[in-house]
Design a binder for this molecule. Structure first.
Ligand code: PHE
Length: 518
Protein backbone atom coordinates (compact mmCIF):
# COMPACT_ATOMS: atom_id res chain seq x y z
CA UNK A 1 0.00 0.00 0.00
CA UNK A 2 1.26 3.48 -0.87
CA UNK A 3 2.44 5.37 2.16
CA UNK A 4 0.67 8.66 2.66
CA UNK A 5 2.29 11.83 3.94
CA UNK A 6 1.96 15.60 4.06
CA UNK A 7 3.54 17.37 1.15
CA UNK A 8 4.94 20.18 3.31
CA UNK A 9 5.49 21.27 6.88
CA UNK A 10 3.10 24.16 6.32
CA UNK A 11 0.48 21.64 5.23
CA UNK A 12 0.42 19.78 8.53
CA UNK A 13 0.42 23.04 10.50
CA UNK A 14 -2.53 24.36 8.51
CA UNK A 15 -4.39 21.07 8.78
CA UNK A 16 -3.98 20.93 12.57
CA UNK A 17 -4.94 24.59 12.86
CA UNK A 18 -7.90 23.93 10.59
CA UNK A 19 -9.01 21.13 12.85
CA UNK A 20 -8.65 23.29 15.94
CA UNK A 21 -10.38 26.34 14.50
CA UNK A 22 -14.04 25.47 14.39
CA UNK A 23 -17.44 26.45 15.68
CA UNK A 24 -15.92 26.37 19.16
CA UNK A 25 -13.75 29.35 18.33
CA UNK A 26 -16.35 31.54 16.73
CA UNK A 27 -19.41 30.72 18.82
CA UNK A 28 -18.48 28.97 22.04
CA UNK A 29 -15.48 31.05 23.06
CA UNK A 30 -17.09 34.50 22.73
CA UNK A 31 -20.14 33.28 24.63
CA UNK A 32 -18.08 31.91 27.50
CA UNK A 33 -15.82 34.96 27.61
CA UNK A 34 -18.86 37.22 27.85
CA UNK A 35 -20.60 35.17 30.53
CA UNK A 36 -17.64 35.16 32.88
CA UNK A 37 -16.14 38.40 31.60
CA UNK A 38 -12.63 39.86 31.37
CA UNK A 39 -10.10 38.58 33.87
CA UNK A 40 -12.49 35.95 35.22
CA UNK A 41 -12.34 34.00 32.01
CA UNK A 42 -9.19 35.09 30.19
CA UNK A 43 -6.77 34.31 33.02
CA UNK A 44 -8.15 30.80 33.63
CA UNK A 45 -8.11 30.35 29.86
CA UNK A 46 -4.42 31.24 29.58
CA UNK A 47 -3.48 29.22 32.66
CA UNK A 48 -5.29 26.18 31.27
CA UNK A 49 -3.65 26.73 27.92
CA UNK A 50 -0.18 26.76 29.49
CA UNK A 51 -0.71 23.97 32.01
CA UNK A 52 -2.69 21.46 29.99
CA UNK A 53 -3.40 22.78 26.50
CA UNK A 54 0.11 23.17 25.14
CA UNK A 55 1.76 20.27 27.04
CA UNK A 56 -0.95 17.86 25.94
CA UNK A 57 -0.82 19.08 22.38
CA UNK A 58 2.93 18.50 22.38
CA UNK A 59 2.50 14.96 23.69
CA UNK A 60 -0.01 14.21 20.93
CA UNK A 61 2.34 15.52 18.26
CA UNK A 62 5.25 13.52 19.65
CA UNK A 63 3.29 10.28 20.02
CA UNK A 64 1.88 10.69 16.53
CA UNK A 65 5.18 11.18 14.76
CA UNK A 66 6.75 8.34 16.79
CA UNK A 67 3.94 5.90 15.96
CA UNK A 68 3.80 6.96 12.33
CA UNK A 69 7.44 6.11 11.91
CA UNK A 70 6.60 2.61 13.12
CA UNK A 71 3.81 2.32 10.57
CA UNK A 72 0.78 3.11 12.75
CA UNK A 73 -1.64 5.97 12.31
CA UNK A 74 -4.48 5.50 14.78
CA UNK A 75 -4.63 5.80 18.57
CA UNK A 76 -4.90 2.02 19.27
CA UNK A 77 -2.05 1.17 16.91
CA UNK A 78 0.17 4.01 18.08
CA UNK A 79 -0.34 3.40 21.79
CA UNK A 80 0.43 -0.29 21.34
CA UNK A 81 3.52 0.46 19.32
CA UNK A 82 4.75 2.87 21.98
CA UNK A 83 4.04 0.66 24.97
CA UNK A 84 4.25 -2.82 23.48
CA UNK A 85 1.14 -3.68 25.51
CA UNK A 86 -2.12 -4.97 24.07
CA UNK A 87 -4.36 -3.38 26.64
CA UNK A 88 -3.29 0.07 25.59
CA UNK A 89 -4.70 -0.65 22.14
CA UNK A 90 -7.98 -1.81 23.67
CA UNK A 91 -8.35 1.33 25.77
CA UNK A 92 -7.11 3.29 22.77
CA UNK A 93 -10.19 2.18 20.83
CA UNK A 94 -11.92 5.03 22.66
CA UNK A 95 -9.78 7.30 20.52
CA UNK A 96 -11.66 5.95 17.49
CA UNK A 97 -15.11 6.00 19.03
CA UNK A 98 -14.79 9.68 19.97
CA UNK A 99 -14.10 11.12 16.51
CA UNK A 100 -16.57 8.77 14.84
CA UNK A 101 -19.41 9.93 17.05
CA UNK A 102 -18.46 13.60 16.96
CA UNK A 103 -18.62 13.56 13.19
CA UNK A 104 -22.17 12.21 13.27
CA UNK A 105 -23.53 15.36 14.85
CA UNK A 106 -20.93 17.92 13.79
CA UNK A 107 -21.91 17.37 10.16
CA UNK A 108 -25.45 18.38 11.09
CA UNK A 109 -24.25 21.68 12.59
CA UNK A 110 -22.21 22.18 9.47
CA UNK A 111 -25.28 21.78 7.30
CA UNK A 112 -27.08 24.47 9.35
CA UNK A 113 -24.22 26.87 8.61
CA UNK A 114 -24.50 26.03 4.94
CA UNK A 115 -28.25 26.70 4.91
CA UNK A 116 -27.70 30.09 6.53
CA UNK A 117 -24.83 31.00 4.19
CA UNK A 118 -26.87 30.13 1.12
CA UNK A 119 -29.90 32.04 2.35
CA UNK A 120 -27.78 35.13 2.98
CA UNK A 121 -26.14 34.83 -0.40
CA UNK A 122 -29.57 34.62 -1.95
CA UNK A 123 -30.61 37.67 0.07
CA UNK A 124 -33.63 35.95 1.59
CA UNK A 125 -32.73 36.05 5.26
CA UNK A 126 -34.89 39.07 6.16
CA UNK A 127 -37.04 37.49 8.81
CA UNK A 128 -38.10 40.55 10.74
CA UNK A 129 -38.43 40.16 14.49
CA UNK A 130 -36.66 37.78 16.83
CA UNK A 131 -39.59 35.36 16.96
CA UNK A 132 -39.22 34.64 13.27
CA UNK A 133 -35.54 33.87 13.63
CA UNK A 134 -36.29 31.47 16.44
CA UNK A 135 -39.02 29.79 14.45
CA UNK A 136 -36.77 29.53 11.40
CA UNK A 137 -34.02 27.86 13.41
CA UNK A 138 -36.44 25.59 15.28
CA UNK A 139 -37.85 24.39 11.99
CA UNK A 140 -34.40 23.90 10.47
CA UNK A 141 -33.22 21.63 13.25
CA UNK A 142 -36.60 19.97 13.85
CA UNK A 143 -36.61 20.70 17.54
CA UNK A 144 -40.34 20.19 18.04
CA UNK A 145 -40.68 16.55 17.14
CA UNK A 146 -38.63 13.51 16.28
CA UNK A 147 -38.30 12.86 12.57
CA UNK A 148 -39.22 16.45 11.73
CA UNK A 149 -36.26 17.03 9.45
CA UNK A 150 -37.32 14.11 7.30
CA UNK A 151 -40.88 15.33 6.93
CA UNK A 152 -40.22 17.31 3.74
CA UNK A 153 -38.84 14.36 1.80
CA UNK A 154 -35.45 13.83 0.25
CA UNK A 155 -35.36 17.14 -1.61
CA UNK A 156 -36.08 19.28 1.40
CA UNK A 157 -33.41 22.02 1.76
CA UNK A 158 -32.25 20.62 5.11
CA UNK A 159 -31.61 17.17 3.72
CA UNK A 160 -29.96 18.50 0.58
CA UNK A 161 -27.63 20.70 2.71
CA UNK A 162 -26.81 17.70 4.85
CA UNK A 163 -25.89 15.59 1.85
CA UNK A 164 -23.77 18.35 0.36
CA UNK A 165 -21.77 18.63 3.60
CA UNK A 166 -21.51 14.91 3.93
CA UNK A 167 -20.26 14.51 0.38
CA UNK A 168 -17.76 17.39 0.61
CA UNK A 169 -16.22 15.77 3.68
CA UNK A 170 -16.10 12.37 2.09
CA UNK A 171 -14.74 13.73 -1.17
CA UNK A 172 -11.85 15.38 0.68
CA UNK A 173 -11.10 12.36 2.77
CA UNK A 174 -11.30 10.12 -0.30
CA UNK A 175 -8.64 12.24 -2.02
CA UNK A 176 -6.34 11.61 0.90
CA UNK A 177 -3.96 13.42 3.21
CA UNK A 178 -2.05 15.67 0.86
CA UNK A 179 -4.39 15.88 -2.15
CA UNK A 180 -7.55 16.20 -0.07
CA UNK A 181 -7.10 17.57 3.43
CA UNK A 182 -3.90 19.52 2.91
CA UNK A 183 -4.89 20.99 -0.44
CA UNK A 184 -8.24 22.10 0.97
CA UNK A 185 -6.83 23.62 4.17
CA UNK A 186 -4.26 25.57 2.17
CA UNK A 187 -6.93 27.74 0.62
CA UNK A 188 -9.72 27.39 3.18
CA UNK A 189 -7.68 28.74 6.08
CA UNK A 190 -6.53 31.99 4.41
CA UNK A 191 -10.07 32.53 3.09
CA UNK A 192 -11.48 32.05 6.55
CA UNK A 193 -9.11 34.64 7.97
CA UNK A 194 -9.99 37.04 5.16
CA UNK A 195 -13.72 36.67 5.89
CA UNK A 196 -13.04 37.28 9.60
CA UNK A 197 -11.20 40.49 8.84
CA UNK A 198 -14.01 41.72 6.63
CA UNK A 199 -16.56 41.18 9.40
CA UNK A 200 -14.23 42.57 12.02
CA UNK A 201 -13.67 45.74 10.00
CA UNK A 202 -17.44 46.14 9.66
CA UNK A 203 -18.17 45.63 13.35
CA UNK A 204 -15.39 47.89 14.59
CA UNK A 205 -16.37 50.78 12.34
CA UNK A 206 -20.04 50.87 13.26
CA UNK A 207 -19.70 53.51 16.01
CA UNK A 208 -23.03 53.50 17.74
CA UNK A 209 -25.47 52.13 15.19
CA UNK A 210 -28.64 52.37 17.27
CA UNK A 211 -27.74 55.63 19.02
CA UNK A 212 -28.81 54.06 22.31
CA UNK A 213 -26.88 54.56 25.52
CA UNK A 214 -24.51 51.69 26.37
CA UNK A 215 -24.55 50.20 22.87
CA UNK A 216 -21.52 51.74 21.22
CA UNK A 217 -18.62 49.78 19.84
CA UNK A 218 -16.65 50.52 23.02
CA UNK A 219 -19.47 49.16 25.16
CA UNK A 220 -19.53 46.06 23.03
CA UNK A 221 -15.80 45.47 23.37
CA UNK A 222 -15.93 46.22 27.07
CA UNK A 223 -18.40 43.40 27.50
CA UNK A 224 -15.71 40.87 26.75
CA UNK A 225 -12.56 42.78 27.54
CA UNK A 226 -13.16 44.91 30.63
CA UNK A 227 -10.76 43.31 33.07
CA UNK A 228 -12.88 43.75 36.16
CA UNK A 229 -16.63 44.11 36.39
CA UNK A 230 -18.25 46.64 38.74
CA UNK A 231 -18.08 45.48 42.32
CA UNK A 232 -15.28 42.98 41.68
CA UNK A 233 -11.64 42.95 42.73
CA UNK A 234 -9.02 40.95 40.84
CA UNK A 235 -9.25 38.29 43.51
CA UNK A 236 -13.01 37.91 43.56
CA UNK A 237 -12.90 37.89 39.77
CA UNK A 238 -10.46 35.00 39.84
CA UNK A 239 -12.23 33.05 42.55
CA UNK A 240 -15.04 31.68 40.43
CA UNK A 241 -14.48 27.91 40.12
CA UNK A 242 -17.03 27.61 37.33
CA UNK A 243 -14.98 29.94 35.16
CA UNK A 244 -11.90 27.76 35.69
CA UNK A 245 -13.86 24.68 34.74
CA UNK A 246 -15.38 26.30 31.70
CA UNK A 247 -11.99 27.62 30.57
CA UNK A 248 -10.23 24.27 30.93
CA UNK A 249 -13.03 22.44 29.10
CA UNK A 250 -12.94 24.98 26.35
CA UNK A 251 -9.17 24.81 25.86
CA UNK A 252 -9.49 21.09 25.39
CA UNK A 253 -12.29 21.17 22.89
CA UNK A 254 -10.82 24.08 21.03
CA UNK A 255 -7.38 22.59 20.53
CA UNK A 256 -8.98 19.33 19.34
CA UNK A 257 -7.26 17.42 22.14
CA UNK A 258 -8.31 13.92 23.12
CA UNK A 259 -10.07 13.33 19.80
CA UNK A 260 -7.39 11.18 18.22
CA UNK A 261 -6.99 13.85 15.54
CA UNK A 262 -3.58 15.36 16.23
CA UNK A 263 -1.97 12.00 16.91
CA UNK A 264 -3.26 10.72 13.56
CA UNK A 265 -2.38 13.83 11.58
CA UNK A 266 1.15 13.98 12.91
CA UNK A 267 1.72 10.29 12.22
CA UNK A 268 2.00 11.26 8.54
CA UNK A 269 4.99 13.54 9.20
CA UNK A 270 8.58 12.73 8.40
CA UNK A 271 10.61 11.35 11.24
CA UNK A 272 12.74 14.40 11.88
CA UNK A 273 10.29 17.13 10.93
CA UNK A 274 9.95 19.79 13.61
CA UNK A 275 7.04 19.21 15.95
CA UNK A 276 7.79 21.62 18.80
CA UNK A 277 7.39 24.87 16.89
CA UNK A 278 4.75 23.51 14.52
CA UNK A 279 2.52 22.56 17.43
CA UNK A 280 3.05 25.94 19.06
CA UNK A 281 2.20 27.68 15.79
CA UNK A 282 -1.02 25.72 15.34
CA UNK A 283 -2.06 26.32 18.96
CA UNK A 284 -1.27 30.02 18.67
CA UNK A 285 -3.23 30.24 15.41
CA UNK A 286 -6.20 28.67 17.14
CA UNK A 287 -5.89 31.08 20.06
CA UNK A 288 -5.65 34.04 17.71
CA UNK A 289 -8.89 33.07 15.99
CA UNK A 290 -10.84 32.96 19.23
CA UNK A 291 -9.14 35.45 21.52
CA UNK A 292 -8.54 38.15 18.95
CA UNK A 293 -10.88 37.66 16.02
CA UNK A 294 -14.00 36.06 17.49
CA UNK A 295 -14.10 38.02 20.73
CA UNK A 296 -13.88 41.30 18.89
CA UNK A 297 -16.77 40.60 16.59
CA UNK A 298 -19.47 38.27 17.90
CA UNK A 299 -20.30 39.67 21.33
CA UNK A 300 -19.58 43.33 20.56
CA UNK A 301 -21.94 43.11 17.57
CA UNK A 302 -24.66 41.55 19.72
CA UNK A 303 -24.27 44.24 22.41
CA UNK A 304 -24.37 47.03 19.83
CA UNK A 305 -27.56 45.91 18.17
CA UNK A 306 -29.44 43.86 20.74
CA UNK A 307 -28.32 45.75 23.84
CA UNK A 308 -26.81 44.62 27.13
CA UNK A 309 -30.19 43.25 28.22
CA UNK A 310 -29.73 40.48 25.68
CA UNK A 311 -26.54 39.31 27.35
CA UNK A 312 -28.07 36.74 29.68
CA UNK A 313 -26.45 33.43 30.56
CA UNK A 314 -29.19 31.59 28.63
CA UNK A 315 -28.50 33.55 25.48
CA UNK A 316 -24.71 33.49 25.72
CA UNK A 317 -24.25 29.97 27.07
CA UNK A 318 -25.62 28.31 23.97
CA UNK A 319 -23.61 28.51 20.78
CA UNK A 320 -26.83 27.85 18.94
CA UNK A 321 -28.59 30.88 20.38
CA UNK A 322 -25.74 33.27 19.71
CA UNK A 323 -24.89 31.96 16.29
CA UNK A 324 -28.17 31.01 14.74
CA UNK A 325 -30.65 33.31 16.47
CA UNK A 326 -28.91 36.40 17.84
CA UNK A 327 -26.44 37.17 15.07
CA UNK A 328 -29.06 36.92 12.30
CA UNK A 329 -30.99 39.67 14.11
CA UNK A 330 -27.78 41.68 14.17
CA UNK A 331 -27.23 41.25 10.44
CA UNK A 332 -30.84 42.17 9.87
CA UNK A 333 -30.24 45.59 11.36
CA UNK A 334 -26.79 46.20 9.93
CA UNK A 335 -26.26 48.11 6.69
CA UNK A 336 -25.42 45.53 3.99
CA UNK A 337 -26.29 42.90 6.57
CA UNK A 338 -27.13 40.20 4.02
CA UNK A 339 -23.62 40.37 2.64
CA UNK A 340 -21.96 40.32 6.06
CA UNK A 341 -24.29 37.52 7.10
CA UNK A 342 -23.05 35.55 4.15
CA UNK A 343 -19.42 36.17 5.07
CA UNK A 344 -20.05 35.12 8.65
CA UNK A 345 -21.82 31.86 7.87
CA UNK A 346 -19.42 31.05 5.04
CA UNK A 347 -16.66 31.54 7.58
CA UNK A 348 -18.39 29.18 10.02
CA UNK A 349 -18.94 26.67 7.26
CA UNK A 350 -15.27 26.65 6.22
CA UNK A 351 -14.16 26.44 9.84
CA UNK A 352 -16.51 23.52 10.38
CA UNK A 353 -15.39 21.59 7.28
CA UNK A 354 -11.70 21.80 8.16
CA UNK A 355 -12.65 20.38 11.57
CA UNK A 356 -14.97 17.66 10.38
CA UNK A 357 -12.56 16.20 7.83
CA UNK A 358 -10.04 15.97 10.64
CA UNK A 359 -12.31 13.73 12.68
CA UNK A 360 -12.80 11.38 9.77
CA UNK A 361 -9.11 10.66 9.35
CA UNK A 362 -8.58 8.73 12.64
CA UNK A 363 -11.28 6.13 11.93
CA UNK A 364 -10.15 5.88 8.29
CA UNK A 365 -6.57 5.22 9.36
CA UNK A 366 -7.86 2.73 11.92
CA UNK A 367 -9.87 0.75 9.36
CA UNK A 368 -6.92 0.72 6.98
CA UNK A 369 -4.47 -0.64 9.49
CA UNK A 370 -6.90 -3.01 11.20
CA UNK A 371 -8.06 -4.81 8.09
CA UNK A 372 -5.10 -4.09 5.85
CA UNK A 373 -7.40 -2.45 3.31
CA UNK A 374 -6.87 0.67 1.21
CA UNK A 375 -8.16 4.18 1.78
CA UNK A 376 -11.01 3.91 -0.68
CA UNK A 377 -12.54 0.85 0.88
CA UNK A 378 -12.14 2.33 4.38
CA UNK A 379 -13.85 5.49 3.20
CA UNK A 380 -16.77 3.46 1.88
CA UNK A 381 -17.19 1.51 5.12
CA UNK A 382 -16.98 4.59 7.31
CA UNK A 383 -19.32 6.44 4.96
CA UNK A 384 -22.09 3.91 5.53
CA UNK A 385 -21.59 3.90 9.30
CA UNK A 386 -21.54 7.67 9.65
CA UNK A 387 -24.55 8.10 7.40
CA UNK A 388 -26.54 5.75 9.63
CA UNK A 389 -25.25 7.47 12.78
CA UNK A 390 -25.97 10.97 11.53
CA UNK A 391 -29.48 9.87 10.51
CA UNK A 392 -30.03 8.50 14.00
CA UNK A 393 -28.97 11.76 15.64
CA UNK A 394 -30.86 13.80 13.07
CA UNK A 395 -34.01 11.74 13.53
CA UNK A 396 -34.14 12.13 17.33
CA UNK A 397 -34.22 15.88 17.02
CA UNK A 398 -36.93 16.62 19.57
CA UNK A 399 -35.33 19.00 22.07
CA UNK A 400 -32.03 18.07 20.35
CA UNK A 401 -31.82 15.27 22.90
CA UNK A 402 -29.73 12.79 20.95
CA UNK A 403 -27.27 15.47 19.81
CA UNK A 404 -26.93 16.86 23.29
CA UNK A 405 -26.40 13.42 24.85
CA UNK A 406 -23.71 12.43 22.37
CA UNK A 407 -22.07 15.84 22.71
CA UNK A 408 -21.99 15.66 26.49
CA UNK A 409 -20.60 12.15 26.80
CA UNK A 410 -18.30 12.16 23.83
CA UNK A 411 -17.08 15.72 23.33
CA UNK A 412 -16.70 16.32 27.07
CA UNK A 413 -16.48 13.17 29.15
CA UNK A 414 -14.53 10.86 26.86
CA UNK A 415 -12.36 13.67 25.56
CA UNK A 416 -10.84 13.96 29.02
CA UNK A 417 -10.38 10.20 29.25
CA UNK A 418 -8.62 9.88 25.89
CA UNK A 419 -6.39 12.89 26.54
CA UNK A 420 -5.57 11.64 30.05
CA UNK A 421 -4.66 8.25 28.68
CA UNK A 422 -2.31 9.78 26.11
CA UNK A 423 -0.46 11.96 28.55
CA UNK A 424 -0.18 9.00 30.93
CA UNK A 425 1.33 6.82 28.21
CA UNK A 426 3.72 9.59 27.16
CA UNK A 427 4.98 10.53 30.60
CA UNK A 428 4.78 7.27 32.49
CA UNK A 429 4.85 4.34 30.09
CA UNK A 430 7.03 5.64 27.29
CA UNK A 431 8.87 7.59 29.97
CA UNK A 432 9.15 11.34 30.19
CA UNK A 433 12.83 11.40 29.20
CA UNK A 434 12.31 9.36 26.08
CA UNK A 435 9.17 11.38 25.38
CA UNK A 436 10.97 14.70 25.64
CA UNK A 437 13.80 13.41 23.52
CA UNK A 438 11.24 12.60 20.84
CA UNK A 439 9.72 16.06 21.19
CA UNK A 440 13.11 17.73 20.89
CA UNK A 441 14.27 15.82 17.82
CA UNK A 442 14.25 18.18 14.84
CA UNK A 443 12.79 20.95 17.01
CA UNK A 444 13.15 24.51 15.77
CA UNK A 445 12.70 25.89 19.30
CA UNK A 446 14.07 24.92 22.67
CA UNK A 447 11.63 23.02 24.87
CA UNK A 448 12.22 24.30 28.43
CA UNK A 449 13.43 21.81 31.02
CA UNK A 450 10.41 22.65 33.16
CA UNK A 451 8.26 20.78 30.65
CA UNK A 452 9.41 17.59 32.28
CA UNK A 453 7.66 18.45 35.52
CA UNK A 454 4.76 20.03 33.75
CA UNK A 455 3.97 17.01 31.59
CA UNK A 456 4.77 14.40 34.19
CA UNK A 457 3.03 15.89 37.21
CA UNK A 458 1.32 19.21 36.76
CA UNK A 459 -0.75 18.45 33.65
CA UNK A 460 -2.08 15.07 34.90
CA UNK A 461 -2.95 16.53 38.31
CA UNK A 462 -4.59 19.62 36.84
CA UNK A 463 -6.49 17.39 34.45
CA UNK A 464 -7.67 15.08 37.21
CA UNK A 465 -8.81 17.94 39.41
CA UNK A 466 -10.73 19.62 36.60
CA UNK A 467 -12.25 16.34 35.48
CA UNK A 468 -13.34 15.38 39.00
CA UNK A 469 -14.89 18.79 39.62
CA UNK A 470 -16.64 18.67 36.29
CA UNK A 471 -18.03 15.18 36.90
CA UNK A 472 -19.15 16.25 40.34
CA UNK A 473 -20.99 19.21 38.92
CA UNK A 474 -22.62 17.56 35.92
CA UNK A 475 -23.09 13.90 36.60
CA UNK A 476 -26.08 13.95 38.97
CA UNK A 477 -28.28 15.75 36.43
CA UNK A 478 -27.08 13.60 33.59
CA UNK A 479 -27.68 10.45 35.57
CA UNK A 480 -31.20 11.56 36.30
CA UNK A 481 -31.73 12.13 32.59
CA UNK A 482 -30.48 8.65 31.75
CA UNK A 483 -32.93 7.15 34.21
CA UNK A 484 -35.92 9.11 33.01
CA UNK A 485 -35.69 9.85 29.29
CA UNK A 486 -36.15 7.17 26.61
CA UNK A 487 -34.28 9.05 23.90
CA UNK A 488 -31.31 9.55 26.20
CA UNK A 489 -31.30 5.82 26.91
CA UNK A 490 -31.39 5.07 23.24
CA UNK A 491 -28.54 7.48 22.57
CA UNK A 492 -26.44 5.92 25.31
CA UNK A 493 -27.20 2.52 23.82
CA UNK A 494 -26.02 3.83 20.47
CA UNK A 495 -22.79 5.13 21.99
CA UNK A 496 -22.19 1.75 23.64
CA UNK A 497 -22.80 -0.04 20.38
CA UNK A 498 -20.19 2.06 18.57
CA UNK A 499 -17.77 1.62 21.49
CA UNK A 500 -18.19 -2.16 21.32
CA UNK A 501 -17.67 -2.25 17.57
CA UNK A 502 -14.46 -0.21 17.93
CA UNK A 503 -13.25 -2.54 20.65
CA UNK A 504 -14.08 -5.66 18.65
CA UNK A 505 -12.21 -4.38 15.59
CA UNK A 506 -9.26 -3.47 17.81
CA UNK A 507 -9.13 -6.99 19.25
CA UNK A 508 -9.11 -8.37 15.72
CA UNK A 509 -6.50 -5.84 14.63
CA UNK A 510 -4.15 -6.66 17.50
CA UNK A 511 -4.31 -10.36 16.56
CA UNK A 512 -3.55 -9.48 12.97
CA UNK A 513 -0.63 -7.26 13.90
CA UNK A 514 0.78 -9.94 16.17
CA UNK A 515 0.51 -12.54 13.43
CA UNK A 516 2.35 -10.19 11.11
CA UNK A 517 5.00 -9.50 13.75
CA UNK A 518 4.20 -5.81 13.81
N1 PHE B 1 -11.62 22.46 17.82
C1 PHE B 1 -12.89 22.30 17.21
C2 PHE B 1 -13.75 23.52 17.45
O1 PHE B 1 -13.33 24.44 18.07
C3 PHE B 1 -13.53 21.12 17.82
C4 PHE B 1 -13.70 20.05 16.85
C5 PHE B 1 -12.65 19.53 16.16
C6 PHE B 1 -14.94 19.60 16.60
C7 PHE B 1 -12.85 18.58 15.24
C8 PHE B 1 -15.15 18.67 15.68
C9 PHE B 1 -14.08 18.18 15.00
O2 PHE B 1 -14.88 23.57 16.99
Amino acid sequence: MKKESWSSQLGVILAVTGSAVGLGNFLRFPGQAAIYGGVSFMIPYFVSFLLIGLPLAWTEWALGRYGGHRGFHSVPGILRSVTGKRWTAYVGSLGIMVPMLIFMYYVLLESWCLVYAVKYLHGSMHLGDSGHFQAFFANLIGIDSNGAIFSGGLFDGRIVAFFICFLVNYYLIYRGISRGIEAFCKWAMPLLILFSFIILARVLTLGNPTGLEGQSVQDGLAYVWNPIRPGQTVWTALANPEAWLAAAGHVFFSLSLGMGIIITYTSYMKNDDDIALSCLTAAAGNGFCEVVLASMMVVPAAVMFLGPQFMTVENLGSSFTIGFQALPQVFDRMPLGQMFGFFFFALLFLAAITSSVSILQPPIAFLEESFGIGRHRSVAILGVISLLGASFIGYFSKGLTALDTVDFWIANFFLFIVAGMQVFVFAWVMGIDKGLEELRRGAHIRIPGAMKILIKYVAPIYLTVVFTAWVWKNLPDRWHQICSDGTVQLSIGFILLIALCCLAVTVYAVKRWENNNR
